[in-house]
Design a protein around this ligand. Structure first.
Ligand code: AMP
Ligand code: MG
Length: 391
């Protein structure tokens, strides 16, 4: 039995896959960059009007102005703005030479001679200056960034239409247990619907990992061995949900050993998920997750997801945040480190909720995260900062 922190370190020390590929920008969401994103141009590339209005000299704002041209977005000025003159200009167009401000259309009137009068008391410059946002050659994103929607416009603006990303590991899901039935079925006595399979698939989808589902495998040594063999032959990572404990029909650990895998841990001083197993052989990995649904959910987030991100050389793989506990929390048995479901409030604080243990998956219908309660701690005061993982 090792500590959770040691297990986390073992998983994070796995060497990343080094293969990369170029994919289309539209497919790049939740892939990990394998190249730095460098600005190929200044932004803005010229002094740009921030509004629709008239480009003029600030010192002329008290005079009627003669409009000498119209500059649309996408076109440049052909002449300089001189004393007493202005150019009609659209948002995004280049501010002509000679002008040092753009007055908004809404701040102007036209007099009987067709001249422009500035009708507001004061105005901002309304110019986005050359290179004020980005300088050519600047590093905008480092390799190792997990691409989120907010990163996509950065790549698009700098012409990264085919970004280089790390190849994603694929993942096989095997759920085992004689009592399991498909969610389509009504369980008869002693049966339970397979919730881990769809949940693990969804957790993979969230970080765009392709899964192969091997369905429900009965507690048969032969059938489980065949499923594990097939999954590891086709996938970088395989998850066996259930059958990894010490029960009479928990065949997974033996099978994994017989396949020549090195078992890095099988047993953590953690709750839930004590019987979790992690093994590897020739850059293929197997996680055996305890069948209890809360264990499967929490341990996927805390150990499997970090492995999947590490294999892609992702720079940020923790996802743990500090939050303030809004109510005192106490736990009777603190012999193991615990992950306890929490509900986070809009004000950023968190509190625990009614929770009956690792089979109580329904807690996550409302709980939107879990907090780490270190081993040996029986009470956490209201107002304390706690380590939280939001899901
Ligand atoms: P095991 O790890 O096989 O001993 O299973 C522990 C508990 O988790 C048992 O009560 C199982 O019925 C339940 N369980 C196992 N696999 C699943 C699954 N795929 N979905 C929901 N519950 C499961
Ligand atoms: Mg079982």
């Amino acid at each position: 039995m090792i500590s959770f922190d040691e297990a986390e370190k073992i998983v994070r020390d796995v060497p990343p896959m080094t293969t990369t590929e170029r994919i289309s920008l539209s497919d790049s969401l939740f892939h990990v960059l394998a190249e730095d994103i460098i600005a190929d141009m200044n932004m803005p590339p010229f002094n740009k009007s921030a509004v629709d209005g008239f480009a003029c000299r600030r010192e002329d704002l008290n005079k009627p102005l003669k409009c000498t041209e119209t500059i649309a977005a996408g076109s440049s000025s052909t002449s300089l703005v001189t004393e007493g003159n202005c150019s009609r200009i659209m948002t995004g167009a280049e501010v002509p030479g000679g002008a040092d401000c753009v007055i908004m259309l809404e701040d102007t009137q036209i007099n009987s001679e067709g001249h422009i009068l500035f009708s507001a008391g004061k105005t901002s410059t309304n110019i986005c200056y050359f290179a004020e946002d980005v300088k050519k050659g600047e590093k905008l994103l480092p390799a190792g960034t997990l691409l989120k929607p907010r990163h996509i416009p950065v790549l698009a603006s700098m012409g990264y239409a085919l970004p280089k990303v790390f190849t994603k590991p694929t993942l096989g899901i095997i759920c085992t247990g004689n009592e399991l039935v498909d969610p389509l079925q009504k369980p008869s006595i002693g049966q339970i619907r397979n919730s881990n399979g769809p949940q693990l698939e969804a957790q993979c989808k969230e970080i765009k990992i392709k899964t192969e589902n091997f369905g429900i495998i009965p507690d048969s040594r032969e059938q489980l061995a065949n499923a594990i063999k097939l999954s590891v032959s086709k996938n970088v990572v395989s998850i066996v949900s259930g059958g990894v404990s010490v029960g009479d029909f928990d065949y997974a650990p033996e099978i994994i050993k017989e396949l020549g895998f090195t078992i890095h841990f099988h047993g953590l001083n953690v709750k839930p998920g004590k019987r979790i197993l992690f093994a590897s052989k020739n850059e293929r990995y197997i996680f055996g997750l305890p069948g209890n649904p809360v264990s499967a959910l929490v341990q996927f987030e805390m150990l499997v997801k970090p492995l999947l991100l590490k294999l892609q050389s992702c720079a940020e793989i923790s996802g743990v945040e500090k939050r303030t506990l809004s109510e005192e929390y106490s736990i009777k048995n603190s012999s193991r480190m615990s992950f306890v479901p929490i509900v986070s409030s809009p004000d950023g604080t968190v509190k625990t909720t009614e929770y009956h243990g690792s089979a109580h998956i329904f807690v996550f219908a409302s709980a939107n995260g879990f907090m780490k309660v270190p081993e040996g701690i029986n009470k956490i005061e209201k107002g304390s900062l706690v380590d939280v993982r939001l899901i």
